[in-house]
Ligand binder design. Structure first.
Ligand code: SAJ
Length: 406
């Protein structure tokens, strides 16, 4: 049996995937409401293919509980926040989950940490916490780091097909954990040491953040000097060794906008490119607002209350708003305008911000300028409704004539 600890964006699909491939699984989360929802047969967030996977796992016998189970393999998938000032990781949830496992686990159990952690976190925080409880690592307890790599919006597919990394102290334990993941994972599974696994995960997300920052900087240069950044990137990417990502209104989510800061926090004197890249990405929501000011002057919109923001989530076709560029934009905007901008997102049913609409047509009725912040499929399917509006498209999704771009 595997006890998956933490049933959020990563833990839940992982638990479901294992269960639907014949592994006995209990998913544990300290959030009673979340566990009750799952036990009532409902998933807790929207994701392509998740409901079907959930049904298959329930049929296969997955259980959800607030209790830690007695078993020989634990997968810990809890959040790893970071301190906004020091930029360092806060491993408190990981450490506390591991300590809870230690209260129930038998001798020789394996604790697999899936949560993203900065290089050295297992050595600096998790090992001492285990040893402080009187356990000998490698004998009483085995520690493994197996960072997830799945992308929200395509999680189910990527869980099945992505390559994986497993960091372990010994080959034997690494291979044992590899066997568990191989129950469903069709990708290659590499076994390495723990610190290498920690670093590779953070490096992958940092690579993407730096590449996006480069695209964002190009957007600024092109905007300044009247060039089309999308056309330029398209042509550059036809070169066999160039692959530039797309500029956008900012970088959100709990990964790309966070993980690179772990490296800055731990190696401040050695991280110039990463630091600057993160600053460029963080500057984008304000850049968008500045451009909105220019547009409204140009088209003669005098009533800012007729400006609407489309999209609240951190990216397209997900219901996750963590670190979302729109939230960052609204935060800046509130210092300059007496009334919050109007907002609509088809993926968000709850009221999260002031002046939020839940009806697209009503939203459109109340605005003259639409800032597209997220390229949900919904906006692609409803583009004709934007005819007659001033459109500022920060995601390069709208081809209506006269559309303003980044
Ligand atoms: N973005 C751009 N331009 C692009 C691509 C993305 O501005 O060309 C923006 C998005 O709009 C979003 C942000 O970047 O705001 C991050 O989105 P994303 O789709 O790039 O990545 P995440 O954060 O959803 O998922 C990443 C993935 N990492 C990599 O691709 C290296 C995923 O594989 C990881 O599992 C995930 O982080 C994680 O959990 O760490």
């Amino acid at each position: 049996m595997i006890n998956v600890i933490g049933l959020g964006y990563i833990g839940l699909p992982t638990a479901l995937m294992l269960a639907s491939h014949g592994v006995e699984v209990v998913g544990t989360d300290y959030n009673k409401e979340l566990v009750a929802t799952l036990n009532a047969g409902k998933t807790t967030f929207k994701e392509k293919g998740l409901d079907e996977l959930f049904d298959a796992a329930v049929k296969a016998g997955i259980k959800f509980s607030t209790e830690y189970q007695v078993t020989d393999i634990y997968i810990v998938s809890v959040p790893t926040p970071y301190d906004k000032f020091s930029k360092k990781i806060d491993p408190c949830f990981v450490v506390s989950a591991v300590e809870s496992v230690l209260k129930v686990c038998p001798k020789g159990a394996i604790i697999v940490v899936e949560s993203t952690v900065s290089p050295g976190t297992m050595d600096k925080f998790v090992r001492p916490a285990v040893e402080a409880k009187g356990f000998t690592i490698g004998k009483d307890i085995h520690l493994v780091h197996a960072p997830e790599r799945i992308i929200p919006g395509n999680m189910v597919y990527e869980l099945l097909h992505n390559n994986r990394t497993i960091g372990a102290d010994s080959r034997e334990i690494g291979e044992k954990v590899k066997k568990c993941y191989a129950s469903f994972c069709q990708g290659e599974i590499v076994v390495t040491d723990i610190k290498t696994a920690e670093m590779t995960k953070v490096v992958e997300n940092t690579f993407r953040a730096v590449n996006i920052a480069f695209a964002n900087e190009l957007a600024k240069i092109c905007n300044y000097d009247g060039m089309d950044v999308y056309e330029i990137i398209k042509i550059c990417n036809m070169h066999p060794r160039v692959n530039i990502l797309q500029p956008g209104p900012g970088v959100g989510g709990h990964c790309i906008s966070v993980d690179p800061w772990f490296l800055v926090g731990d190696y401040p004197a050695l991280t110039h490119v990463i630091w600057d890249a993160m600053k460029v990405n963080d500057s984008m929501p304000v850049y968008v607002l500045n451009k909105v000011s220019k547009i409204i002057k140009e088209v003669g919109i005098s009533d800012y209350r007729r400006i609407g923001v489309y999209g609240l989530t951190y990216k397209e076709n997900v219901d996750d708003v963590r670190e979302s560029p729109t939230l960052q934009l609204l935060e800046h905007q509130q210092h300059h305008l007496a009334e919050p901008l109007k907002v609509y997102d088809p993926w968000i049913e709850k009221d999260l911000v002031p002046n939020q609409y839940h009806d697209f047509d009503k939203f459109l009725n109340d605005v003259d300028l639409v800032i597209i912040m997220v390229k949900h499929d919904h906006i692609k399917q409803n583009m004709n409704k934007l005819k007659g509006k001033v459109v500022f498209d920060t995601c390069n999704v709208c081809d209506l004539e006269g559309t303003y771009k980044l």
